[in-house]
Design a protein around this ligand. Structure first.
Ligand SMILES: *[C@@H]1O[C@H](CO)[C@@H](O)[C@H](O)[C@H]1NC(C)=O
Ligand SMILES: *[C@@H]1O[C@H](CO)[C@@H](O)[C@H](O)[C@H]1NC(C)=O
Ligand SMILES: *[C@@H]1O[C@H](CO)[C@@H](O)[C@H](O)[C@H]1NC(C)=O
Ligand SMILES: *[C@@H]1O[C@H](CO)[C@@H](O)[C@H](O)[C@H]1NC(C)=O
Length: 472
C-alpha cells in the first residue's frame, strides 16, 4: 500500500497515473515508477531513489528531473557576452557544438537552497575561475528544485547529483574526458549534491563543499551526506557550524580536509545571529582564494582553542593547509580523513590575513606565584617605525613558563626588528610585574623566525621594555 502522507501531491498524481498505465511489461517509455511498497521511485536514466526517513531525514522522494529542470551552463574563456551554452547528457550535439574541451579541467559550480545560477556570487566565482585558468566552467542551475520548502529541496539534491554524474559519465564515454579532471564546487545543499554525484563516479577528482548544509545532513550516515569516499579529494570550508543558535552549515568534519575559518561558526564581521552572512562567507573566501596573492594559510589543529593558543604553529608540510581553491596543494597522507585546519580571517575584503605566533618565556615572578592581566606587544617592523600592536586576552601568568599567542595581520609583516612589551595588570597592585626572559616570533607563511631579548626582563605596570632581535 502506498503511504500518501507526506507525499508531494504531484507525485501522487504520477504514481496513480503509472499504476493505471502499466500492466506488466509495457514499461519501455516510462519516465518514473514506484515499487510495490511505495518506498522507491525511479527516474529514467538516473536510477531509483528510496524514501527512507531514517536515512534521509524527512521521508520525501526527490522531485522528478522534469520538475527540477536542471540546466548545465557552460562558460569558457571563449564565451562572449555571457552567452553560455547549455550542455545535455542525452544530446551529443549540445556538447559537440559547444566550447567544451575534454582535455581541459572542468569546474562545476553548484548553488544551494533558495538560490539559482544567476546569483552574483556564482558570476564572480565563475569570472575568477576563468581568470585563473582555461577551464570548462559548468554552472548548474536547479532553481525549481531549490526555491521550495527546505526539506523538499534537501531531498532533491539526490536527483541533481545523479544528473551531474550522468553528464560527467557521458563526457567520459562519448568525448574521452577524464573523471579525475572534474571538480565539483558546491555551496550549502550544493555540497551534498557534489557528494551524490561523486558516489556514482568511481574516480571523480575533487569535491569542494562550501559550508555544507547542516539540517537533514549533520551526523547522518555517509550515504546521505558528502564524505571522503565521494571523490579522490574532498575539501570543505565550514563557516556556519552549529554552536549556540540555529545554523545553516555543519561543524562535523566530512572531507579529507576540513577548514574552519574563525573556528567554523559566526564569521568575523557577521554577528552571531547573522547566520546567512556566515553561511555565505564560505563561497566568498573560496572566490577570493582563487587569484589572491595571500594564500589563506591554515594550520592543522585539534581545536580552535588550541589554534588560538598557538599550539599548532609553526606547521610543516601538509600540516600547513591552504583554504579554498588551492587546498589541493596540501594533501594529508593517503587514508587520512577529516583533518581539521584552522585560521582566522579579516572582517571585510580582502578576507585573507597572515598569521604569526608569538612565544613568550617567563622568568621568575618577583611578587607572587601568579599574576593576572594582559600583555601588550608592539612589533616594530622597519626603520620607518611601522608597527603592529597585539594585546593578549586577560590571562594568568606564572614563573618559568612558555605562552604562545596567534596574531593576525592584513599585512605580511615580514621581518620584526624590535618588540616593545608592557604589562597591564587586571587589578592595579603596587609592584605588580612580570618577567619575560625570551620572546620569539614565528611567521605562519615563511620559515622566518625572530628571537628577541631584553636588557630589562622585568616589566612593571606602567613601564615598557624594549626587546631587540638577536638572530633569525
Ligand atoms: C531504512 O534504512 C535503514 C538503515 O539502512 C534500514 O535499517 C531500514 O530497513 C530502511 N527502511 C526502509 C523502509 O527501507
Ligand atoms: C624559575 O627559575 C629560576 C632559575 O631558572 C629559579 O630560581 C626559580 O625558583 C624558578 N621559579 C619557580 C617559581 O619555579
Ligand atoms: C631596535 O632597537 C635597537 C636597540 O635599541 C635600536 O638601535 C634600533 O634602532 C631599533 N630599531 C628599530 C627599527 O626601531
Ligand atoms: C627595569 O624596568 C623597571 C620597571 O619595569 C625599572 O624600575 C628599572 O629601573 C629598570 N632597570 C633598568 C636597568 O633599566
Amino acid at each position: 500500500m502506498v503511504n500518501v502522507i507526506n507525499m508531494d501531491p504531484n507525485l501522487i498524481t504520477i504514481l496513480l497515473a503509472t499504476a493505471c498505465l502499466f500492466s506488466g511489461d509495457a514499461v519501455r517509455n516510462e519516465r518514473q515508477t514506484a515499487d510495490d511498497t511505495g518506498n522507491t521511485i525511479c527516474y529514467e536514466g538516473l536510477g531509483c531513489f528510496e524514501k527512507n526517513g531514517s536515512l534521509f531525514g524527512k521521508p520525501l522522494f526527490p522531485l522528478s528531473p522534469e520538475k527540477i529542470g536542471t540546466q548545465f551552463r557552460l562558460f569558457t574563456q571563449r564565451t562572449k557576452d555571457e552567452k553560455f551554452q547549455i550542455l545535455s547528457a542525452v544530446d551529443v550535439d549540445s556538447i559537440q557544438n559547444s566550447y567544451f574541451n575534454p582535455e581541459k579541467l572542468t569546474k562545476i559550480v553548484v548553488h544551494g537552497f533558495n538560490q539559482d545560477a544567476s546569483a552574483d556570487w556564482i558570476e564572480t566565482m565563475k569570472n575568477e575561475l576563468l581568470k585563473a585558468g582555461d577551464f570548462n566552467v559548468l554552472v548548474v542551475d536547479w532553481k525549481k528544485g531549490s526555491r521550495i520548502v527546505y526539506d523538499q529541496a534537501a531531498a532533491n539534491t539526490r536527483v541533481v547529483g545523479a544528473e551531474i554524474a550522468r553528464l560527467i559519465t557521458f563526457l567520459i564515454e562519448k568525448f574521452g574526458a577524464n573523471a579525475d579532471d572534474f571538480h565539483v564546487i558546491g555551496h550549502s545543499l550544493g555540497a551534498h549534491i557534489g557528494g551524490y554525484a561523486g558516489e556514482r563516479l568511481p574516480n571523480l577528482g575533487r569535491i569542494t563543499g562550501l559550508d555544507p548544509a547542516g539540517p537533514q545532513f549533520e551526523n547522518k550516515d555517509t550515504i546521505v551526506r558528502l564524505d571522503p569516499t565521494d571523490a579522490k579529494f574532498v575539501d570543505t570550508i565550514h563557516t556556519d557550524g552549529k554552536r549556540l543558535v540555529l545554523a545553516l552549515g555543519m561543524l562535523q568534519p566530512i572531507g579529507h580536509v576540513d577548514y574552519y575559518p574563525n573556528g567554523g561558526f559566526s564569521q568575523a564581521g557577521c554577528s552571531i545571529f547573522q547566520v546567512v552572512c556566515s553561511h555565505r562567507r564560505a563561497h566568498v573566501y573560496f572566490t577570493e582564494s582563487i587569484n589572491s596573492a595571500c594564500k589563506f594559510q591554515a594550520f592543522r589543529c585539534e581545536s580552535y582553542k588550541d589554534f588560538k593558543e598557538g599550539k599548532c604553529m609553526p606547521c610543516v608540510h601538509w600540516e600547513c593547509g591552504y583554504m579554498g581553491f588551492h587546498a589541493d596543494r596540501a594533501k594529508p597522507p593517503t587514508g587520512t580523513t577529516n583533518v581539521k585546519y584552522f585560521l582566522d580571517t579579516g572582517k571585510s575584503e580582502p578576507f585573507c590575513i597572515h598569521h604569526y605566533q608569538i612565544k613568550v618565556l617567563t622568568g621568575h615572578l618577583l611578587n607572587s606565584a601568579t599574576e593576572n592581566g594582559k600583555i601588550k606587544m608592539n612589533l616594530i617592523l622597519s626603520n620607518e617605525q611601522l608597527e603592529e600592536t597585539y594585546l593578549t586576552n586577560r590571562m594568568d601568568i606564572e614563573s618559568n613558563k612558555t605562552y604562545a599567542f596567534v596574531v593576525s595581520s592584513k599585512n605580511d609583516i615580514g621581518i620584526v626588528y624590535n618588540v616593545t612589551v608592557s604589562w597591564q595588570p587586571s587589578t592595579p597592585t603596587p609592584g605588580s610585574s612580570i618577567t619575560i626572559k625570551k620572546l620569539k616570533i614565528v611567521s605562519g607563511n615563511s620559515p622566518r623566525t625572530g628571537r628577541f631579548i631584553s636588557q630589562n626582563a622585568t616589566i612593571e605596570a606602567g613601564y615598557t621594555s624594549l626587546f631587540t632581535r638577536i638572530c633569525g
